[in-house]
Each structure stands twice: as C-alpha cells, then as structure tokens.
Write a protein that binds this ligand. Sequence first.
Ligand code: ACM
Length: 631
Amino acid sequence: MRNCFFLIIILLGVLTVKAQHNIIPAPVSFQNTNGMFMLDNQTSVDLRTNNPALRKMAENFQMFLKNAGTNINFKSVPNPDRSNKAIILDLLKTKDVTIGDEGYLLEVNENTIEILANTNSGIFNGLQTLRQMLPRDFESKDHPMGIGMVMGCKIKDYPRFGWRGLMFDVSRHFFTVDEVKSYIDKMAQYKFNVFHWHLTDDEGWRIEIKSLPKLTEIGAWRVERYGRFGDTRPQPKEGEKATYGGFYTQEQIKDVVKYAAERNITIVPEIDIPGHSMAALAAYPELSTLKKPTSVNPGAKFAEWFANGTFEMLIENTLNPSDEKVYDFVNKVMTEVAALFPGQYIHMGGDESYHGFWERDASVKEFMKKNNIKDTHELQSYFVKRVEKIVSSKGKKLIGWDEILEGGLAPGAAVMSWRGMKGGIEAAKMGVPVVMTPTTYAYIDYTQGDKSVENPIYADLSLEKTFEFEPVPEGVDAKYILGGQANLWTEVVPSLQFAFYMTYPRAFSTIETLWSPKEAKNWNGFVNRTEAHFYRFDAAKTNISRAVYEPIVKVKKDLGKITVELTNNVPNTEIYYSIDNTYPVNYSKKYTSAFEVQDGNLNLRAQTFRNGQSLGRELIIPFTELAKRAK
Ligand code: ACM
C-alpha cells in the first residue's frame, strides 16, 4: 500500500513535469499526450499543398533546423506516405472557424508532427510554437547534436487581438537592413505581426523619397556626438561635416517588406509630421515658418521641458500647416510610401507638435483668420485632416498618435493611444479603431531594473508592470480595440544587442497580453516560462534582460531612520545582502525583513540567488544614493 502510494506520487510528479510547456505566448489550449517525437536526420518537412508563400515559410523553417546542425530535408508531397517521420504542414480543407486567420492546430505524435491551419499565417505561427518546443540548443548556430525530442501534445491556438506590434525607432539611432531583419526575426518567433517602423524624426530621415532627394542627401546625416541625448551633446558647429547616419533605399525597403511578409509581419511605416521634423527641415527649410537653414539634430538639447508635462521647442521642428507647399511635400512623400508598403495603414505621427512657432507667425495667424480656425489645436486638426485625405487618396488608412484627436479627428483615421489609455478610450467611444500602447505599460525604452545598473532615461517600467497591461479598458467596446504594441525609442539605445536587451523579456509580457486568453493570465506561470527563454536567448547569443531577478530596492525615511526593503517577484529565489561593502554577499545576510542603514560612505550590496547560484546582477548602491532615494 505504502509502495503504491509512492508510485502514484512519482507518477503524478512525472505527469506534472511532462505537462509543462514553455511556450510564449501561452497557447489557448495545450494537452499533453503520450509519446515523444524524435527529430533527427530521418525527419523531413513535408508540405502538402502547392502554395509558394507557404513553401517559403516551410523552407525557412527547414533552414533554421539545418542551421541548428540537423540534416533535415524539405519535401513538397501532396500525397505523403504516413509511415515517414515528418513535420507535416497543411491547410485545412474545411475551415475551422474557431482558430480564425492566424490560429493553428498542432499535434505531436511518435511518428509525425502535424500543423494545420486555415491560412499560411496560422501555419507560420504553429511553426514558431514548434520551434519553442525544441531543445534550446537548436537556437545555437553550433548545436552539436542535430537531434532533439519534442513532447507529445495537442495544441489549439489562436490570438486574442489582430494587431500585435512592436515599434522600432531607427531615427535616433540608425540600424542597418540586416539589423532590422534580425529585430523582425525575433519578433516573428513570438507571434508579433506588426512592425511599426519609425522612419523619420528630428535626428534623421531614413527612407529614400526619389522626388525629394535632399531628404536623404541632407536629412539622413548628422554630426557625430556622444554623451547624453538631449542634454550634454554639443550643437553642430558652423560648417561641421555630418558623418553619422544612413537611410534605406527603396530597393532595401522592398526587401525588408518581403522579408517581414514571409514571417507573417505587416510593416506600418511612420512619417512623423508635422512635429519631429527637424531632419526634413534641414533638407527643405522653406517648409517651416522661419525658413531658417538648420541641421539634423545630433541629440543636442532642443527643448525645455516643464514639470506640468508641457515643453518649449528651442529649434523649429514643425512643418508650417498654412503653407500649400507643405501639402505638396506630404503628397510626394505619401505617394512613394504608399507604393512601397502593401499594408493598409500609414502612420503620420502627429505627436508632440509644438505650436509656438505657428502662434508667433503672422502668415499662420492670417491663414487661421481666413479659414475660421480658432486656435492652434484646430490648426493641427486641419493639418491632420488634409494628411488623411492625401493618405486615403493613395488607397491607405491613416493612423497617428493620440494627439491627432485634438481639435477633431479626421474621419477614417485610427488612433494609437500612448499618453496613457485615455486617448484610446475617447477614440473607441467615438467608434474609432484604437491601438493601445500607453507609456505606463508599453514604453520599453524606459529602464527595467534598478537605476544603479541601467542606462538611465527619465522613467522606468518593470517586467511586472508590463505584464499588467490590459488593452480593453472597462466600459469600452472591445471591437474598437485593434490590439496593442510596445514601443522602443532609441535615444539611449545605440546598438542592436542593446535593443534586444530593452525589448526582451518585456515584449513577452506584451505578446502574452495580446495573444493569450485574458482569463488564463498568470504571473508565476509566465515568469517560469520566461526563465526558460533566457537560456534560448543565450544559445542564440542574443541579449535579454534578467533584471526581473534583481532586488527591488525600496527606501523609506521614518523619524530620521533610513530603512531598506528588498523584494523580487520570481518564485523560489532568495536575496542576500551586505551593508558593510563586503563581497560575496551570498554568505552574508539572507534578507528576511526591512533593515536600517546608517549614514556613511559605504555601499549596500545585494543579489538574488537560487540554490546557491546567483541570478541577475549584483546591485551596489552607495548609502548617499539610498539617502537621496529616501527623500
Ligand atoms: C511619443 O512617444 N512621442 C509617441
């Protein structure tokens, strides 16, 4: 009886271990089945339909397996021999309405892995799930074994939202075509389907417009500067050569569009107007009110920011909405942009456009009077409506940041809510389609760990906070919420590897929110799976932040005493610390409750551990800094 009891316990343990998967985003339904599939050189990728786009996706997957050291063949086999060991890909003859346009059915047995879907997108997403079920060494280019087990299972999976985006700013830092493709590759592996490409800003115009050659001859280049963006970087000197930058030719853009499409990703190009246009104005100063020659900003101070969130531009970076030449310019740009990007949306920016130069300009004032425009908000609205007409005349839909709501929205436009959720709520209540991307949950340019170990920027956003994102606010009809996205601005992101560090794992939260069922959302399950992906990123030699492990330091001052609280939100971990500057900390004090630190010039040192192994970085924070934080 006693033995029987232990056997049951062991079996239950095995089943529990077997039942776990590490798929991100979590699938809608996952059922463990008996048997394992051994992926080895006898396995082939069998495509059962004659569909060139799907064939490309299948071949790309086969290439991934080959790069991982396998010698797996690709076959196009309309009538396969079932006794073959194969990864079978097929479109459903009778559509399964429950999985929609991007869902899939995946079944792993001893002899076959089968992925079925209504569409190519569904098959692609199923392949990404399969990829995540392979051993992590498959992510390594020098995987030595070339074989791997996949656990038996049955999956039915489909997304909660149709817009699952990441925005990448290539203006503040220029990223090459290969780097952009790497960024797209990674997001496709996690079932993102929108790449919002922020192509223009004050610090560089990155897309070739053949009818306006100066945009890239002049606007794509700036003087090279180091130092803090918007703060300590010196302004360009008179006559100084602009050597930093770059742009994408139209041929390169077409190549990236095709590359993304093969990975189920639609590109939404952003041309940020009327504000954020210093690079365009460096090329064509006549489009501003002052018409003063300027240069592309190298990240030198360009504005004064005030505590109430308002700002004053020190350099004009806004197109002049009262000048017909500006609309000729917009028309030329949008004609070429529309021809390059097959997706339905073009993003016009519209954010943070400073009205001060408009307010001071006599011809703008006269224009407003003549056209019965009562203030500059209405003038911005006039501009947005003109741009919407241009964009829709090219067969495209307009989307913009939530400022495009000011003064009345153009009919047919969609809104991207970034200043919290309120713009999105307001728009959805008017029946306008919305993409939610609020700073509070989706701004992945903000720091994610303790400021003592991060590259500083003006705000922070932990992995935990990104996980709290819910795109459909109470009282809003979900049908107007297209989905959401996370945004990576690159003022302080100078390299692709750092872009990955900033994006992941926070983008895992975003995609779990946008893909997986709301009711199944669970932090502990999510963070467990996230830990497995840390190792997949390591195998791929791709940066990912482990800041979630690190102690969260809360400092309080009470009756003159400074006390420190250390927590984290990863299960089965413990924090050790010292307050006498000594290392190692793991044999120092195990944190159990808040402790006092005395004035002095020593450091708090703290780190997280699991079973004696350190996790994340050690924090070293001077007491003087703790005292500052306590205020
Ligand atoms: C924005 O962050 N200015 C859209």
